[in-house]
Design a binder for this molecule. Structure first.
Ligand code: G3P
Ligand code: CA
Length: 240
């Protein structure tokens, strides 16, 4: 079972910052997840929330700031005793991890299509890093972003990302996911009961569960046969 460093090694260093990806690499991680958005002046960057309130104590939206303003914000403020760190550019994260990554999950944050055209820009940035596109699976809670990726590229690798997916909605979600040829299906641990996971796996999807931070739960998912888990702790399988 693959352990995917969720927002980098975000249990040990501030999420979605270069120190979090450096820490994950130092721990031997070869699989990474992070969230991509766009600044007002069109730079692709890595940050989870649509604003900087939780991470930096600044009530400003990513979309309304230029990247020169964003890079002056300490997006690691929420992480106690951590280093100061900015929200990095997508290009910086890819430059750091690409050579040592086996698997990358780019999650597009684009609810309500607040970043029109971001899908094509992400595909272009992946092309700037040799071999990155082939090991990157793109996901989004905003399904139209995945549809756009598929319309642009028949070879892009896609993951359906289930948000608050009730068990009864799994079958319709799987139909949508098949329609655009998703190879992965990423599911919240909150509904990752054995029966749900087995249904999705039986439909031919590689299932990855988020966010799993307890070893016991990770072991259980491994026994069920999931393909991967997203964890803030890359060493989760060795933790007591
Ligand atoms: O991609 C899996 C997981 O990261 C989705 O949830 O809110 O942590 O981005 P979230
Ligand atoms: Ca994410």
């Amino acid at each position: 079972m693959m352990v995917i460093s969720h927002r980098g090694a975000s249990g040990y260093a501030p999420e979605n910052t270069l120190p979090a990806f450096e820490k994950a690499l130092a721990m031997g991680s070869r699989a990474f997840e992070f969230d991509v958005q766009r600044s007002k002046d069109g730079k692709l960057l890595v940050h989870h929330d649509y604003d900087f309130l939780r991470t930096a104590g600044i009530n400003k939206k990513v979309a309304e700031l230029s990247y020169s303003e964003i890079e002056r914000i300490n997006a690691a403020k929420h992480f106690k005793n951590g280093p100061e760190a900015k929200a990095p550019l997508l290009s910086e994260v890819l430059s750091l991890i690409n050579d040592r990554a086996d698997f990358i999950n780019v999650e597009i944050k684009n609810d309500g299509n607040i970043y029109p055209g971001i899908e094509e820009e992400i595909l272009k940035e992946l092309e700037n890093h040799s071999g990155a596109a082939g090991k990157t699976v793109i996901s989004s809670f905003y399904f139209p972003s995945l549809e756009r990726i598929r319309a642009i590229s028949s070879s892009a690798r896609l993951a359906y990302l289930g948000h608050k997916l009730a068990a009864v909605l799994i079958a319709p979600a799987a139909v949508k996911a098949k329609r655009i040829n998703c190879e992965n299906f990423h599911l919240s641990r909150k509904i990752s009961f054995s029966v749900n996971l087995k249904i999705i796996m039986s439909l031919g999807f590689k299932v990855c569960v988020y966010t799993v931070n307890e070893r016991k739960e990770a072991e259980k998912l491994k026994d069920i046969g999931v393909h991967g888990i997203f964890s803030n702790y890359p060493d989760i399988m060795e933790k007591n």
